[in-house]
Design a protein around this ligand. Structure first.
Ligand code: FAD
Length: 606
């Protein structure tokens, strides 16, 4: 049997984004030994890209805010398919998690009287997002890292996990390799937390970093864990559309929160044309009132540009499709217009949205203080993922936990902006706490040599096939997958297209088994892609299958052939797991009855 370098920890955290670091800090604080593995460098996790802010009902800017309003907003945004217990915990605990971050050194923007400043975001009734300009994720990661590395955790950078290890139905660790030498590494652990983030890179146009391939969702599924809500993918309304090299790059919702408006090529503010019933009472029908809302007028209703992302993205798509788009296939997002209202508008925009100013100036040659931006929808976030217990974050596999974007439940059919960073903090902490507790109560299990051998053989097959000697090119297969997901499983779906997508995904799965690579194992991107492709295809299949099953339109999932909500599907979540033959099994899971006191909150806030 080959010798593998093996590391031992009580708790192993896979991923060093906001969720992974927050989990690791908590587990370390409880006195267990913690290892954190990440396949990029520490500080480069996708969380660093988060812009607009972290949602928490601190009520600093509007004292009418409370956890109850945040809870009701999150449930409404998720079209009531959310796990209500997660939504309750999230709304109650996020203020403490944000204050704690501040106590650890995060430098948030402040109100004139020195409290944490909060900004408006889509679907949030009151200004709720604590922020650091439009670079909130950077400050959050900096703080968690600085605080975390002093807790005594071990960090393994540029190590990719390719399989979880299980023995006797329980988690036993994880199997990976290091990028530098390509050597296999074993991590034995009593508890494992998956915090591997999202999957935007399985689509062609995405705001996500290269790292977001859905890896952890596939790892958990392959190990036998259940997935839930996979059909719900969020297409953010405002990605860059020009130049092509930066297509999909995000423009924060903060632009609209600061007064930015959407216009078509006739100059019309088209968002006023379609205000959904669920939000009619909260949305302004008058441009002047909408502007006052963005400037903090507590008596004004929010402008329709701040409706939920799913709706705004579909309205933009409609304008483009019906020929009212911008020259490069988007619509116009205009913040420069506020110079009609504010004498120092140019300085104000640069101060509030510094990254957006530089992003457009440097990448597109557009000065956003003077001209409108061209924007269009971009794949941004997955509401679905690994099914977890609301309180503990444990998956259906004993000892395996998940937190952050790869875990599911909180957001239901659609996530509100800012609710991801708070999700990472609240449920990252909980995952760390309960994983540490599990590790204290359970012994380590030795992993069998047979299991290690099987994974090794699988991982080395791309070299055996080779690329120049006839193996399929993994990069070509990856880009074929991204094209097909974009075209057939995108923002508007039909049953016919989803069926076609599934046939093509199955074809790519066959081809992926023939993917090859040349060279040796050190820094070999062809090899990494050949292995990762299998994970991306698993996630793609789960999304397409769940999307085909949900014959209605709700939140992030829009079916052109079933454009309305259905009562039947409004009562269920769709779960996915591996059956005995290795195929995907879909189950419709009846929603758990909501507690009476929480239902009352929802009814009162309608
Ligand atoms: P990540 O930060 O993505 O971290 C994943 C970690 O897992 C990384 O360290 C990665 O290397 C590691 N990893 C992955 N696979 C493997 C593997 N196989 N082996 C080893 N390691 C692995 N949300 C908000 O709430 N507010 C915002 O303002 C906001 N702005 C955003 C702006 C942009 C441009 C984008 C794209 C998203 C934004 N979001 C925002 C969403 C939010 O940033 C993400 O949902 C969140 O950061 C995900 O954090 P995470 O900890 O779950 O994962």
């Amino acid at each position: 049997m080959a010798h593998f370098e093996t590391y031992y920890h009580d708790v192993l955290v896979i991923g060093s984004g906001g969720a992974g670091l927050r989990a690791a800090i908590e587990a370390s604080a409880l006195g267990v030994s913690v290892g954190v593995v990440c396949r990029s460098l520490l500080g480069k996790a996708h969380t660093v890209m988060a812009e607009g802010g972290v949602a928490a009902a601190l009520a600093n800017v509007d004292d009418r805010d409370s956890w109850k309003v945040h809870f009701a907003d999150t449930m409404r945004g998720g079209q009531y398919l959310n796990n209500w217990r997660m939504a309750e915990l999230h709304a109650k605990e996020s203020p403490d998690r944000v204050r704690e971050l501040e106590a650890w050194g995060a430098l948030f923007d402040r109100t004139t009287d020195g409290r944490l400043l909060q900004r408006n975001f889509g679907g949030h009734k009151y200004p709720r997002l604590a922020h650091v300009g439009d670079r909130t994720g950077l400050e959050m990661i900096r703080t968690l890292q600085d605080y975390g590395i002093h807790q005594g955790m071990e960090i393994y950078q540029e190590y990719t996990i390719i399989s979880l290890l299980k023995e006797g139905g329980r988690i036993a660790g994880a199997f990976g390799y290091d990028r530098e030498k390509g050597l296999f590494r074993i991590f034995e652990a009593r508890a494992v937390i998956i915090a591997t983030g999202g999957m935007g890179r399985i689509y062609k146009i995405s705001s996500n970093s290269w790292d977001c391939t859905g890896s952890g969702i596939a790892l958990a599924y392959n190990a036998g864990a259940e997935l839930i809500d996979m059909e719900f993918v969020q297409f953010h309304p405002t990605g860059m559309v020009w130049p092509p090299s930066v297509r999909g790059l995000l423009i924060t919702e903060g632009v609209r929160g600061e007064g930015g408006v959407l216009r078509n090529n006739n100059g019309r503010r088209f968002m006023f044309d379609d205000i959904p019933e669920l939000y009619r009472g909260q949305t302004s029908t008058d441009e002047e009132e909408g502007w006052r809302y963005t400037q903090g007028d507590k008596n004004a209703k929010r402008p329709p540009e701040l409706l939920t992302r799913d709706h705004v993205a579909r309205c933009i798509r409609r304008e483009i499709k019906e020929g009212r788009g911008s020259p490069h296939g988007g619509v116009f997002l205009d913040i420069a217009w506020i110079k009609e209202k504010l004498p120092n508008a140019s300085e104000h925009i640069k101060k509030k949205l510094p990254s957006m100013y530089h992003q457009f100036k440097e990448l597109a040659g557009v000065d956003i203080t003077k001209e409108p931006m061209e924007v269009g929808p971009t794949t941004h976030y997955i509401m679905g993922g690994i099914r977890v217990d609301a309180d503990t974050q444990m998956t259906s596999i004993p000892g395996l936990f998940a937190a952050g974007e790869c875990a599911a439940g909180l957001h239901g059919a659609n996530r509100l902006g800012g609710n991801s960073l708070s999700d990472l903090l609240v449920f990252g902490k909980r995952a760390g706490e309960y994983a540490a507790q599990y590790a204290k109560e359970n012994s380590r299990i030795k992993v069998s040599d047979g299991q290690l051998l099987e994974i090794t053989n699988w991982a080395l097959t791309p070299f055996e096939r080779g690329l120049s000697s006839g193996g399929m090119n993994p990069f070509q297969l990856q880009s074929a997958l991204q094209e097909l997901m974009q075209d057939l499983v995108g923002i508007a779906r039909t049953g016919k297209e989803l069926e076609e997508a599934l046939v093509r995904i199955a074809g790519l799965q066959q081809q992926a088994m023939k993917a090859g690579c040349d060279g040796n194992r050190a820094y070999n991107p062809g090899w990494h892609t050949a292995l990762e492709l299998t994970h991306m295809l698993t996630v793609a299949e789960a999304i397409a299958k769940a999307a085909l099953e949900r014959r209605e339109s709700r939140g992030g999932h829009f079916r052109e052939d079933f454009p309305n909500k259905s009562d039947e599907f409004g009562r269920v979540n769709i779960t996915i797991s591996k059956d005995g033959t290795g195929a995907m099994r879909l189950t419709t899971l009846p929603k758990q009855k909501i507690r009476d006191d929480l239902q009352q909150i929802i009814d009162e806030m309608k």
